[in-house]
Design a protein around this ligand. Sequence first.
Ligand code: TXE
Length: 500
Amino acid sequence: MDKSSHVLTLPSEPREFGFYMDGDWVAAGEREMFERASPGHGVPVTRTPRCTEDDLNAAVASARTAFDDRRWSGLSAADRSAVLLKAAELIRERIEEIAYWETLENGKPIAQARAEVSGCVGMFEYAAGLGRALHGETYNNSGDNALGVVTREPIGVVGVITPWNFPFLILCERVPYILAAGCTIVAKPSEVTSVTTLLLAEILSQAGLPDGVMNVVTGSGRTVGQKLLEHMDIDMLSFTGSTSVGRSVVEASGRTNFKKLGLELGGKNPQIVFADADLEDAADGVAFGIAFNTGQCCVSGSRLLVERSVVEEFSRMVADKLSKAKIGDPLDETTQIGAITTDAQNSTIMSYISKGQEDGAHLVCGGKQLDLGQGQYIEPTIFTCDSMDSAIAREEIFGPVLTVIPFDTMDQAIAVANDTEYGLAASVWTKNIDKALTVSRQVKAGRFWVNTTLAGGPELPIGGFKQSGWGREAGMHGVEEYTQIKSVHIEIGKRTPWVE
Ligand code: TXE
């Protein structure tokens, strides 16, 4: 295929979906529908139901029954693993279809969407093995009349609330691990990007997942999402989204059944570049770290801390890289930077760009909304600031806006990196091993990259320090999060009487 000229076509009319419960599609029927327009093209592409509170209750009941009757948790890990491996195979067969709907609803470039979906295959394969490796402990050291056994049990029914920036990837950083632990699920995707979550539920049924183990309700956060947070029959909730909704999640858990929470929230992630780094590599990595997914990425490297001696040269190098990245139609195979996903996010980004100018930050490049004839696009933008005082240096913008701050010493770089309420991710660029290790130890972040950024894999857990979240997803820790621990004390032989 000649990639330079190939552009996929838009659907001729929006495709309508139902929601997914108890192993099957439920038709939308009389329910109100949410019509989603492609942010890259401005034309309607999908319609999904606005589920009701009754729908949510039915989905939770389905997940509850499927958990309590042990149709999934009672299987051997080998049998559960076989389902996850089959799901991986089916996702692989449907990469093109999943990536297409992901691109249409989200606005990300099709090549990127394909790479993300194929990464999700690996998540399922890896989690399939982890389920079989999950084990407990024994204490054979308490004397001849006792044996202590520590077991892990699946925590129960898990609610999964996901955002619109990586609808399929974030889902797959959670679902296979939750299933490997033996739990059942009610997922609530963002209302603007629901379709690929629905497709995953269908794939899981086709892979042999018992009915009721994976349910998906669509609809708004304020209605369906809020009811899911408050539901007494949800044992654990994994929430990925804004810090402000994260606070409501914690409050709702406290008000109701103290459901366990996993939270992945905002970030204002530092990229620390020392003068001794390979500046060419670093500039490429920094450009990627801020422009990938149009900066709508919880781990995007949005604060660039550069050693003062190279700050001007390096900012120009990053600007040069960004000027060469191809922005445009997400359905074009060669596009590297796609559309901004929602109108609200577009306004937020543009208002931060204005704030940066009002606060006196120096605009190095970008700063404008791009008119490509259709859809909403923003130029990658770089500001330099003298301090961390400006809103563009402190707050999560969630867009392609990079704020550069110079530093003089390593200690100062570490202090500025940590001068934030967040602690999701950080990168350091240097050829000096001592600096790399010291910075990686002292910067408070759940994910840390040395001479790279936005890298990872199913082995490495994800999550934040400070106000970026609680708990970890993916890797073995990601399975263990969805279990609870039971201590079993077993008495051997005749009891020493309490009453003679
Ligand atoms: O997130 P929300 P939004 C940040 C980013 C962005 C801002 C707003 O800064 O600009 O959040 O984005 C569901 N009860 N991040 O408004 O509202 C909602 O339906 C239960 C960072 O989209 O947090 C969706 O499924 N659920 C983040 C999910 O929560 C509720 C990724 C996230 O939506 C709810 C996304 C409620 N009361 C946004 N209200 C990251 N760090 O990755 C909403 N939801």
